[in-house]
Design a protein around this ligand. Structure first.
Ligand code: GUN
Length: 281
């Protein structure tokens, strides 16, 4: 058996064309949506992510402001920039790329972003709203995963979903979104004993650990949907996910590739959140 591929590029293209229409409508009314992206330091991976986000904004007609700071930027100066953007009426979404340098408290910075401009959905108010079933902004990567399941009409209600990884950015909000969609959810973490025991029970398997090949074919339930959030490099320097793709694709019913799977969806959902922020405004 060979899995069907859920193509994140193709789905993104469809969703982004709708985003572009909404951006154009707002712009015609004199309210072009605007996103501010802040990058502190020069992590090569973060620079690539941020560049892709800015480029995606340009492509759909969202005004973007990119602020890049040296890794020595003080926490107080970063907080001051966030505060200025909170009051900037041309900016509807603010994204501070993570991780931040160790001397900056990322919780403090996220909490400084106005909750109604927090298009990442990381602010505690937004995490609380998500948890209580009244989300304002859904974090982009888990939101993208849900859209991928929707695109294949997957019956999430009643399904067994296993999320491998418990980060605030992906694992925890992913589990909440799946739970709210009616799945029975298990969250695994780096201390989980016998990971395969859990993953083999998953109709829906979301893997977000940053560890290459953490999920191998013997850990996948035949016919399962496997959604790979990982972004790693193999020994040859080629991009790969957390899932041992080729062998897992022989067992799964559906699978997302890396690259071209969840990655583009993360950026697409950031655009969706930014449009929604601007429309609410
Ligand atoms: N670092 C890795 N993923 C993300 C994301 O979705 N948003 C932000 N702000 N930083 C990240």
């Amino acid at each position: 058996m060979s899995a069907n591929i859920i193509d994140g590029n193709l789905l993104s293209k469809k969703l982004r064309s709708h985003v572009a229409e909404r951006a154009a409508a707002l712009t015609r009314q004199g309210h072009q949506p605007g996103l501010a992206v802040i990058l502190v330091g020069d992590s090569p991976a973060s620079q690539v992510y941020v560049r892709n986000k800015i480029k995606a904004c340009e492509d759909v007609g969202i005004h973007s402001v990119f602020e890049k700071y040296d890794a020595t930027l003080s926490e107080a100066d970063l907080l001051a920039r966030v505060e200025a953007l909170n009051h900037d009426t041309r900016i509807h979404g603010i994204l501070v790329q993570l991780p931040l340098p160790a001397h900056i408290d990322s919780h403090k910075v996220i909490e400084a972003i106005a909750a109604d401009k927090d298009v990442d959905g990381f602010h505690v108010n937004n995490a609380g709203l998500l948890m209580t079933g009244q989300p304002l902004f859904r974090p982009c990567t888990p939101y993208g995963v849900m859209k991928m399941l929707e695109s294949i009409d997957y019956p999430v209600r009643g399904a067994n979903a296993v999320v491998v990884g418990a980060s605030n950015i992906v694992g925890k909000p992913q589990a909440m979104l799946l739970l709210q969609a009616g799945a029975t959810v298990t969250i695994c973490n780096s201390k989980t004993r016998d990971l395969g025991h859990h993953t083999r029970n998953a109709d829906i398997l979301v893997v977000a650990t940053g560890k290459r090949n953490i999920v191998t074919a013997d850990m996948v339930k035949p016919g399962a949907v496997v959604l790979d959030v990982g972004m790693n490099r193999d020994d040859a320097g080629k991009l790969c996910g957390d899932v041992d793709y080729g062998p897992c694709a022989e067992v799964a019913g559906w699978i997302t590739p890396v690259p071209g799977g969840v990655g583009p969806m993360t950026i697409t959902m950031l655009l969706v959140n930014t449009i929604e922020a601007a429309e609410r405004n």
